[in-house]
Design a protein around this ligand. Structure first.
Ligand code: TYC
Length: 98
């Protein structure tokens, strides 16, 4: 191979990492205020935006809180679930490849 061919093939192989959407799921028991606080704390939303997302989850059963590379998405899911269980709430948080 000449140099240029190697560089082009390398460039063609490099793709952006797969991204993962993180969702909160609705339930009948977790307080709305707790969900708003979770969205603000772990997904960097302001109170107004967090409230809109919470209401969407409450109404539609599911709502997207953010899109991240795999390791960041799974860490957020883990932190949300740990925080919710410590507080005694059944809140569910899941990730899906975007
Ligand atoms: N449905 C809950 C209630 O009425 C509020 C809620 C919203 C729970 C979003 C979970 O992901 C959730 N208290």
């Amino acid at each position: 191979h000449e140099n240029g061919t190697v560089l082009v093939r390398q460039a063609q192989k490099i793709k952006p990492p797969p991204m993962y959407q993180v969702y909160l799921l609705n339930d009948d028991y977790t307080p709305m205020e707790f969900v708003v606080a979770i969205i603000q704390e772990y997904f960097n939303k302001d109170r107004e935006n967090a409230t809109q997302i919470m209401l969407m989850v409450h109404r539609d059963g599911k709502g997207m809180c953010g899109v991240y590379p795999k390791d960041i998405a799974s860490t957020k899911v883990e932190y949300v679930l740990t925080h919710a269980r410590k507080a005694g709430h059944p809140l569910q948080c899941v990730m899906e490849e975007a």
